[in-house]
Design a protein around this ligand. Structure first.
Ligand SMILES: [Zn+2]
Length: 228
């Protein structure tokens, strides 16, 4: 499976529409750009997005995230899940990336962490143990903590760098919110989160991130670089 197909496979269920054929730009190729590039923006031909990140997300893992894997043939394990989490963490941004690319890698990494957590839910990998220092990603509260990190990035990164990633970014933000909300809306949600003070704060952050995501998914373009 090509990397573009792989990244699309994760986004497509949310992007599918009769008029929109999503493509993320991979390996320096800007593969899809609508005519509605914002005034003043320039097309960048040097977009090198999250190639390595999507190499980590192999096809079987994507099937497991979508719960379309065969129950009898599925080979997903806790070890494989943790390997993917650590591999995502090991991806570092080269220093010459544009602000749009930096935002892309930072948010995409967090989004993929949350997507892998979804596979852990459907594959019953979550740990009931409170003491899981080596596997924080297997805790029920993990997506709320991812949401906290995303909200922090939205506050600290230049908005143009988020906005420049277009509607694909919007769908990633909404996917993180949806994962966090499954926990926040539990009848008896966990009460302690790293980096998020309370359920109430988590719900506030969910609304804030959701608002940004909702505005971005209405954009007509995938990605653009703001002029320097
Ligand atoms: Zn599976």
């Amino acid at each position: 499976m090509k990397l573009t197909v792989r990244s699309n496979a994760l986004l497509r269920p949310r992007l599918e529409s009769p008029t929109f054929r999503p493509r993320l730009s991979i390996r320096g190729q800007l593969t899809h750009l609508r005519n509605t590039v914002p005034p003043g923006a320039r097309k960048s031909l040097r977009l090198e997005p999250c190639t390595r990140l999507f190499e980590i997300m192999d096809e079987s893992l994507i099937e497991c995230i979508h719960a379309t894997c065969s129950p009898t043939a599925c080979s997903l394990s806790v070890a494989k899940v943790m390997e993917a989490h650590r591999a995502i963490d090991s991806v570092v941004s080269p220093s010459d990336l544009s602000p749009v690319q930096v935002a892309d890698i930072a948010i995409t990494s967090l989004w993929l962490h949350a997507e892998i957590w979804r596979a852990c839910v459907t594959h019953s990998f979550l740990s009931a143990s409170v003491q899981t220092p080596d596997t924080p990603e297997l805790r029920i509260q993990y997506p709320v903590e991812v949401l906290g990190k995303v909200a922090y990035l939205l506050k600290t990164l230049p908005f143009a760098s988020i906005h420049g990633n277009g509607r694909g970014m919007g769908h990633k933000l909404l996917a993180v919110v949806a994962a966090a909300n499954t926990v926040l809306d539990l009848p008896e949600p966990p009460e302690e989160f790293d980096g998020v003070r309370s359920i109430e704060e988590g719900k506030v952050l969910a609304r804030q991130v959701s608002a940004v995501g909702q505005s971005l998914v209405k954009e007509q373009y995938i990605r653009w670089e703001a002029p320097n």
